[in-house]
Design a protein around this ligand. Structure first.
Ligand code: ASP
Ligand code: MG
Length: 406
């Protein structure tokens, strides 16, 4: 007998029929003798609908009141699922975040979980009941309803699994696992059996939008074994766990493509101490996040300084640089939105030299010019022209033998 936390996303509970299908699955696991805590999202589209209503009344909506509105989506689903379970003769009980007492801070719309009182849930489980919990919400110390940020039900699931010391936290979604790359770009992309937390964090932040990033950080911190599975198709999914639990780490686990960045360059600034901070200080002050940074010095002693930001921040960042160009004594400011970032991710890189040069050779053979490079212990990223992005992904995926059977 194991204690399992299952989380079902919006599409998995998107209609009465789908809620019935989730109830069937839960009933089967319950009959097999497992203890189950089920965390659900709002029905698909519901959170957006509620957000629209709020904005039609007040824009931007009052953060506290918005959480009162948004949290109702999940409250509907827990009641419906508990009924569907009862109708099948499975004893079930639904709880809102406040009823469990998922205690959060008071940062409305992006609250963080501080503590969970696991005792009442544990006693329901001991009595043979299935516990159904509303994802994405909590309560602060003053009793205000809070929400955890979009996609936050994943984090509710992981936090409950940590608090209850569950054997596994299963995230049911509309894809059957984490893939070596986007199957729409590379049809031979393969589902990964296992991946480390670290790799998943890199893949998640690089555009493989399967899990809320914060839930993976949480799982890694509390060593909660996570599994991503499809609620529409049977299969083992992808296990996300510690490196020790992965006997034979693959050299490379995945290739990602990020189309959300844009590049800015300040040309011909004097090469002297303080120049990087003079360029990036005002950008940071405007709350714009900078990703990759490259500086090169020309023979005449002047420097070119290039960095990337989210495409949505491009116009603002460009305006800031134009304003500071005179003080910086820069020759010119240029920008390029037509770039993408392609990354190779794998813990195997730590123990193998030569991955970067192999990757660069493959790109060269395809005639793809690399504009920027950055590396970490388990990741190599390059910026290339956006028209070459998919070609770069396909070439790297093939080079590192990622296609084929799991
Ligand atoms: N219903 C919320 C959202 O749409 C939370 C979640 O689904 O995880 O973002
Ligand atoms: Mg989600």
């Amino acid at each position: 007998m194991s204690l399992i936390v299952q989380k079902y996303g919006g599409t998995s509970v998107g209609s009465v029929e789908r809620i019935q299908a989730v109830a069937e699955r839960v009933a089967r696991e319950h009959a097999a003798g497992h203890q189950l805590v089920v965390v659900v999202s709002a029905m698909s589209g519901e959170t957006d609908r509620l957000l629209g209503l709020a904005k039609a009344i007040q824009n931007p909506p009052s953060p506290r009141e918005l959480d009162s509105v948004l949290s109702t989506g999940e409250q509907v689903t827990i009641g419906l699922l508990a009924m569907a379970l009862e109708a099948r003769g499975v004893p079930a009980r639904s709880y809102t975040g406040a009823q469990v007492r998922i205690l959060t801070d008071s940062a409305f719309n992006k609250a963080r979980i501080e503590a969970i009182d696991a005792a009442p849930i544990a006693s329901d489980l001991a009595a043979g009941k299935v516990v159904v919990v509303a994802g994405f919400q909590g309560v602060d110390k003053d009793g205000n309803i809070t929400t955890l940020g979009r996609g936050g039900s994943d984090t509710t699931g992981v936090a409950l699994a940590a608090a209850l010391k569950a054997d596994e936290c299963q995230i049911y979604t509309d894809v059957d696992g984490v893939y070596t790359t986007d199957p729409r770009i590379v049809p031979e992309a393969r589902r990964l059996d296992r991946i480390t937390y670290e790799e998943m964090l890199e893949m998640a932040s690089l555009g493989a939008k399967v899990l809320q990033i914060r839930s993976v950080e949480f799982a890694s911190k509390y060593q909660v074994t996570l599994r991503v599975l499809s609620s529409f198709k049977d299969g083992a999914g992808t296990l996300i766990t510690t490196e020790e639990n992965i006997m034979e780490a693959a050299l490379i686990s995945g290739v990602t493509l990020n189309r959300d960045e844009a590049k800015l360059t300040v040309l011909g600034v004097p090469d002297r101490p303080g120049i990087a901070s003079a360029i990036l200080g005002p950008v940071a002050d405007a709350n714009i996040e900078v990703d990759m940074i490259v500086q090169n010095v020309a023979a005449d002693g002047s420097a070119d300084f290039t960095f990337t930001v989210h495409r949505n921040d491009f116009d603002r960042a460009f305006a800031i640089l134009e304003t500071s160009a005179a003080t910086l004594k820069a020759r010119q400011v240029t920008g390029d939105r037509k770039i993408v970032k392609v990354s190779l991710v794998g813990v195997g890189m730590r123990s193998h030299a030569g991955i970067a040069s192999r990757a660069f050779r493959v790109l060269a053979d395809e005639g793809i010019n690399i504009k920027m490079i950055s590396t970490s212990e388990i990741k190599i990223s390059v910026v290339v022209d956006d028209k070459y992005g998919e070609l770069a992904v396909r070439a790297l995926h093939a080079e590192f033998g990622l296609a084929g059977e799991a």
